[in-house]
Design a protein around this ligand. Structure first.
Ligand code: ATP
Ligand code: MG
Length: 135
């Protein structure tokens, strides 16, 4: 079986709302394995760099403000089709459109404060893992 990696972030609203354990349970009940995890915090320039693909979007400043508003938990998840599987567990970006039972349907507070991030391709998984971990 091919094992892929992906990066997950439990965003500041979910940490504030004490949902780290609930979200980790979703991962543990899935086919994915937690390979590394740490609680950390992004400063403004780090959040801007992480979300640089969105720099021209109208929601960019709000997104950076939110992502720097408190601690986050970053995790490396491993398993077959890790990127796709994590995004399936997360649900749609807009929580109103997220399928029932997905992390965002359960723990998002709004479109911006949508509880989790997941890499969107193997290429971005690789660079996002390097952004947070020495590997
Ligand atoms: P993420 O990259 O965080 O996993 P995603 O890939 O589902 O989410 P993107 O299009 O990459 O969605 O947007 C990045 C993040 O920016 C979203 O998760 C959300 O927090 C925020 N965002 C996206 N679209 C909007 C919007 N229209 N209004 C407000 N915030 C938004
Ligand atoms: Mg994205």
């Amino acid at each position: 079986m091919d094992k892929d990696l992906t990066l997950s972030i439990i965003k500041p609203n979910a940490v504030r709302n004490k949902k780290i354990g609930k979200i980790i349970s979703v991962f543990e009940e899935s086919s994915l394995t937690i390979k590394k995890a740490k609680l950390t915090r992004l400063n403004k320039s780090q959040a801007e760099a992480f979300y640089k693909e969105h720099v021209d979007k109208p929601f960019f400043d709000e997104l950076v403000g939110f992502m720097t508003s408190g601690p986050i938990m970053v995790l490396i998840l491993e398993g077959a089709n890790a990127v796709e599987e994590n995004r399936r567990l997360m649900g749609a970006t807009n929580p109103a459109e997220a399928e029932q039972g997905t992390i965002r349907s359960l723990y998002a507070d709004s479109m911006t404060e949508n509880a989790v991030h997941g890499s969107d391709s193997q290429k971005s998984a690789h660079s996002e893992i390097a952004f947070f971990f020495d590997e």
